[in-house]
Design a protein around this ligand. Structure first.
Ligand SMILES: [Zn+2]
Length: 164
């Protein structure tokens, strides 16, 4: 949970690369929904923080929920940020952002958390644990964010500029 923002790195890179077919707003919304369970676990002192939400099945269900709610929340967020050039968020872009958000979340968390069982209920194993070292994982996320930002600004210009 404390590293939820790190999940945005690969999202930025994806968004920079594929343009309109993918909603970064819905991707981000999915990250928040994914980590509600660990947040609740931290607040209530639970032993296993990464339960059903951090399984491939759970992430897919959360992604569907994120698609249904994120299409509208994302549009509202874009209007709030005055980034209306990225509207509308199509159902396809919302679904792509949510599914890639949920699945990349499982992939990254599987490497870093000891209590995650992504294949539940079929297996309690986690073959991805420490597949790469933690510093390498964090570096990858930050690197992806930096590279994604560069590609994004290169393709879209500065979307925050005013008065034009
Ligand atoms: Zn997580």
């Amino acid at each position: 949970m404390p590293f939820t923002p790190l999940h945005m790195g690969p999202g930025l890179l994806l968004r920079g690369s594929v343009r309109g077919g993918f909603s970064l707003m819905v991707f981000g919304w999915t990250q928040i929904l994914m980590d509600l369970e660990p947040l609740y676990g931290i607040l209530t002192d639970r032993e296993q923080l990464h339960g059903w939400s951090h399984t491939w099945i759970g992430a897919t269900l959360i992604a569907l929920l994120a698609t249904l709610t994120g299409k509208y929340l994302g549009a509202w967020g874009l209007r709030l940020l005055k980034l209306t050039q990225f509207l509308p968020i199509t159902w396809g872009a919302a679904l792509a952002g949510a599914l890639l958000g949920g699945w990349s979340h499982i992939l990254l968390d599987s490497i870093m958390h000891f209590d995650i069982q992504p294949l539940r209920p079929f297996s309690l194993e986690n073959g991805l644990r420490q597949w790469i070292s933690l510093p390498a994982l964090h570096l990858f996320c930050l690197g992806a964010a930096a590279l994604g930002a560069v590609v994004f600004f290169w393709r879209n210009g500065n979307p925050f500029r005013v008065g034009e």
